[in-house]
Each structure stands twice: as structure tokens, then as C-alpha cells.
Design a protein around this ligand. Structure first.
Ligand code: DGL
Length: 264
């Protein structure tokens, strides 16, 4: 029965676990399989062709593990590869994109900041969305160069991270943003540090909950929802070190979870 199969999720590394957490909260009875492609992280500095190849590799692995749908928990992979994935595979895909629309609609200062990878900010999907919803606003786009590497190296609380972020937020703060859009699934883990730097009245938004809701809607629409009453099982695979993956998912209490190495 396909509805008993797991939801597949992938990212370049540990960042997509911020999305995974929202999914298992909203869909507690579903099984999940998460692929952290840490051996190839970061994706953000790679060419569109490389990002597409890696997205295909991850998709094929999740399909071989019998996943019923795939959540691309990576803005960089979504904005560069999701159209192609949808054209080539019949299984449903959910993607994640920077939440420009809600920020643009709610902004009072008419100035918003977007922190994302180079791969996301240079994609045509991102340009189209930005043009559609934020063409009347002052949009300050900043590439979060080096942030993913520090998160993957377990250095969220480091002085190096604080200094990098301070530099990235400086032009946004001086141009009076009232919304900061986190356009990379790794960045929700930076919220405690971002809060130390940003003025209090700046709202931080990410796309985690919207992705989880969309996942639920697509499962219902396809009749793929797992209707059992017991809690799901979760397997998180890394093709490199598992330490940070283990650490970032440790707070999810009461769930059955396995973190393991897998060659993919
Ligand atoms: N977490 C990913 C994203 O949402 C990828 C970051 C990276 O590997 O550069 O864009």
C-alpha cells in the first residue's frame, strides 16, 4: 500500500531537518526518510547543472527506498531543479522557496531583506517570484556565503558566525527592513544569533510551516495519507559524518528515530 510508504526528504546537509521537524510535527503518523548529502555540501556555490545532477541522484535514492513523495528541503535545489524533477518523475514533489510573498505583502517600511545562497538568488525561479511580488519594494538580497559550512561544522554559536552575520545584516538594517526572509533551510538554526543582531521590530520568516502544510495537502489530494494511529518511524541518512545531524535532531523527544551512514 503506497500510503504506508515513507515521505522522502533531501537537502545538501543538515539544514533540511528544520523542515523535517515541521513535517513530523504536522504529520506525526507518517514515516520519513531524510537524506543529508553532506559529502556534496554546500550546493549554494555550485552551477545549476551540478545542482540538477545532485538533485537527480538524491531523488533516485529516495525512489529506490520506496518513498511515496519527495520534499526538496533545499531552496537551492528547488529553485534550480524542481521543474526538471517534476517533468522526469511521476511521484509528487514539494519544494521550498524563499517566502518573499508574505514578507512583501506585510512590510510597512517597504524594505525587506533576503538571506539565501548564491544558487538560489541567481536562479530564474527566484527572479520570477521576486518580480511578481516585490517589484514595488526595496529588496536587499544578500548571499550567506560561508554560513552553511559553519552550520555543518557545528559552529552556530561561534564568534566567526556572529561576525559574518553582522556583516550580512548591516546593509539591511541601515535600509530599515522590517522583514528578514530566510531563503535557505539551514538558516532557521541561526535565529537565536540573528535575534541578537537585528532590531526587535524586524520579523524573521522562513518557509518551514508552509512546506509542511503543502506536504499534508498533497498527501491528501493523492490519497497517500497514512491513516494509522501509531507514531511514525524516522530514518536520517548522511553520506559523510553523522555527528551534527544527530545533534540537531536530538531535541525531538518521543519519536522513533535512527541516524545512520549511507553511501549515496
Ligand atoms: N539548505 C540549502 C538551501 O536551502 C542548501 C544550502 C547549501 O548547500 O548551500 O538552500
Amino acid at each position: 500500500m503506497i500510503n504506508k510508504e515513507a515521505i522522502g526528504i533531501f537537502d545538501s546537509g543538515v539544514g533540511g531537518t528544520s523542515i523535517w521537524k515541521e513535517i513530523i510535527r504536522m504529520l506525526p503518523n507518517e514515516d520519513t526518510i531524510y537524506l543529508a548529502d553532506i559529502a556534496n555540501a554546500p550546493y549554494g556555490e555550485k552551477s545549476p547543472e551540478q545542482i540538477i545532477d545532485l538533485s537527480i541522484k538524491n531523488t533516485q535514492k529516495l525512489i529506490s527506498l520506496n518513498c511515496k513523495m519527495i520534499v526538496v528541503a533545499c531552496n537551492t535545489a528547488t529553485t534550480n531543479a524542481i521543474d526538471l524533477l517534476r517533468e522526469n518523475y511521476s511521484i509528487p514533489f514539494i519544494g521550498i522557496e524563499p517566502a518573499i510573498k508574505p514578507a512583501a505583502l506585510s512590510s510597512k517600511s517597504k524594505s525587506i531583506g533576503i538571506l539565501a545562497t548564491k544558487g538560489t538568488l541567481s536562479s530564474s525561479l527566484f527572479h520570477r517570484t521576486s518580480e511578481l511580488y516585490a517589484s514595488e519594494l526595496n529588496v536587499i538580497e544578500v548571499i550567506g556565503k560561508g554560513l552553511v559550512e559553519l552550520i555543518e561544522a557545528d559552529k552556530i554559536e561561534s564568534l566567526e558566525m556572529y561576525t559574518l552575520l553582522k556583516g550580512y545584516l548591516e546593509p539591511m538594517i541601515s535600509q530599515n527592513i522590517d522583514y528578514l526572509v530566510l531563503g535557505c533551510s539551514h538558516y532557521p538554526y541561526l535565529i537565536p544569533v540573528l535575534r541578537k543582531i537585528l532590531p526587535q521590530d524586524v520579523t524573521i520568516i522562513d518557509s518551514g510551516q508552509a512546506v509542511a502544510l503543502q506536504t499534508k495537502n498533497i498527501l491528501i489530494k493523492n490519497n497517500f495519507l497514512n491513516t494509522r494511529e501509531v507514531l511514525g518511524n524516522h530514518t536520517l541518512y548522511s553520506n559523510a559524518d553523522t555527528k551534527v545531524l544527530r545533534k540537531l535532531t536530538v531535541t525531538e523527544k518521543g519519536i522513533t528515530k535512527e541516524v545512520a551512514y549511507l553511501n549515496f
